[in-house]
Design a protein. Structure first.
Length: 479
């Protein structure tokens, strides 16, 4: 007020000085300057009146306090994360063969079933390989039949040789008997000749017959020896043909395997869907050539079921300890502003991901997409409910942060406790602190565990901005 009076005095002196100066000028030039000086005098009077009103105006009322009521209801602790929507199961379908794409049967968004053809590689060379393998199989089967016939002939030859041995053995026995008879005949003839009871011719005839019988015996023995060699040779030939038959029979499965391999290669020229799903990616076109490599090139991406989707959310390492499977979550996507989709935590992956020193962990969320609104690749802003309490008293966090100017809280709590003070207004408008005990908190509220406050009680959360004091010429006026 003193400053204001000083300002008024100073300004009034200035106004008076201006009036005296104006009067002197009027006396010197009474006619030319009279209108101007009358206007200046009027302005000075209005300024004096305004200064007087500003200085004498009462001081502004103190700014009112902002209060809010304590509410009862659920409280949720939320962890936010971003991620991309993905199908639950996506299969990359490729070709194991090199060749040119001859036919293309599907396109993006087509629904397919397991085994449906997606594309076909030119089959001509593979058909030739199948025909060649089939011909080789028929040759192997024919070789088996030839070997079986030769083996049968060898068995007959061996049986014949063995039959000849029996005949020759009988002939040998007969030759031996005849030789013994010839020997006895010669002995008898010799004894009779010594008695001159027979002629020399008869004795010589008996001797000739003996020599003939000996020759026949030697011939039979030789034939029998030759037959033994023939039997051994036939037996050896039979064993050889049996081995060749085994080899020929073994060639048949080998050729059958070659035929099956060729048929498999031919079947692989048709790229088929391994699952029921939707084509979400196509990376080949008709006429395109697929080159052979160590890994099969991806030709299609097939999503098993778009009725259920996953979100691979990236959660910061400071929050991952509170996330667990089966927790509830919700998310939004830019394609549908204002709509919130429900989800749940399916998996918390333990493998860390580091990007510029920021460590995050992947949390897999599942959500229902039977409406078909969500598409793979959409960016989702997820809110994971890591803790929830129902039907509790909720206190605004702003009430705990509020401190009136020059306020000294009554009493201090022990370090480590959750007992704090909030401020309330009594009926007279004065502030007083109230001790409260708090629990879990969300972004803007905290559970009220204990204290004198009840549902509906109002607590101070802030103070409204006071109006600006009056100023004149940049100088604050009033108290």
């Amino acid at each position: 007020m003193v400053v204001g009076r000083w300002i008024v005095s100073t300004l009034c002196a200035s106004v008076a000085a201006g009036g005296f100066a104006a009067a002197a000028v009027v006396q010197a030039h009474p006619l030319a300057l009279r209108p101007i000086l009358d206007d200046l005098a009027a302005r000075q009077e209005r300024a004096y009146a305004r200064i007087t009103r500003l200085v004498s105006a009462p001081a502004p009322e103190p700014a009112p306090f902002i209060t809010t009521a304590i509410q009862r209801g659920p409280l949720e602790q939320i962890v936010t994360a971003t991620g991309a929507l993905q199908p639950v199961d996506t299969v990359e379908v490729g070709s194991q063969l090199a060749g040119q794409i001859a036919d293309l049967f599907v396109d993006f968004n087509d629904r397919v079933h397991k085994g449906d053809p997606l594309a076909r590689i030119d089959q001509r060379s593979f058909i030739s390989r199948v025909e060649q393998a089939r011909a080789s199989l028929e040759m192997a089967a024919a070789s088996v039949r030839v070997q079986q016939a030769r083996l049968e002939r060898a068995r007959i030859d061996l049986d014949n040789a063995k039959g000849n041995r029996a005949v020759l053995a009988a002939r040998l026995e007969n030759a031996q008997v005849m030789l013994e008879a010839a020997k006895r005949n010669v002995d008898r003839k010799t004894m009779l000749r010594s008695r001159e009871a027979t002629s020399v011719a008869t004795l010589e005839e008996a001797q000739t017959d003996l020599a003939s019988r000996k020759a026949q015996l030697r011939e039979t023995v030789s034939l029998l020896e030759l037959n033994a060699f023939a039997v051994d040779a036939a037996a050896a030939d039979l064993r050889r043909l049996e081995a060749e038959l085994i080899q020929a029979k073994a060639a048949v499965p080998l050729q059958e395997a070659s035929l099956r391999a060729a048929q498999i290669e031919l079947d692989r020229t048709t790229i088929r869907s391994p699952i029921d799903g939707v084509i979400v990616g196509r990376f080949v076109s008709a006429g395109q050539t697929l080159a052979a490599g160590l890994e099969a090139r991806t030709a299609f991406n097939v999503a098993r079921n778009l009725g259920e989707m996953e979100i691979h959310a990236r959660v910061d390492e400071t929050d991952i300890g509170r996330v667990a499977p089966r927790q509830r979550a919700s998310f939004t996507v830019d394609a549908y502003p204002g709509r919130r989709f429900e989800a749940s935590v399916r998996q918390v992956r333990k493998a860390p991901q580091s990007n510029q020193g920021v460590v995050t962990y992947t949390v897999v969320l599942t959500t229902d997409n039977r409406e078909g609104l969500l598409l793979p690749g959409m960016t989702a802003l997820a809110r994971l409910t890591v803790h929830r309490e129902d039907d509790v008293l909720k206190l605004p966090l702003a009430a705990l942060r509020f401190r009136p100017a020059r306020a000294v809280p009554e009493g201090r709590t022990e370090p480590g406790t959750r007992e704090q003070a909030v401020w309330v207004q009594d009926p007279a408008g004065a502030l007083r602190p109230v001790a409260v005990t708090t629990g879990a908190s969300s972004a803007d509220q905290v559970v009220l565990r204990g204290g004198a406050l009840q549902e509906g009680d109002r607590v101070v959360v802030g103070q409204a901005d006071a109006s600006e004091p009056a100023r004149f010429l940049g100088i604050r006026l009033g108290l």
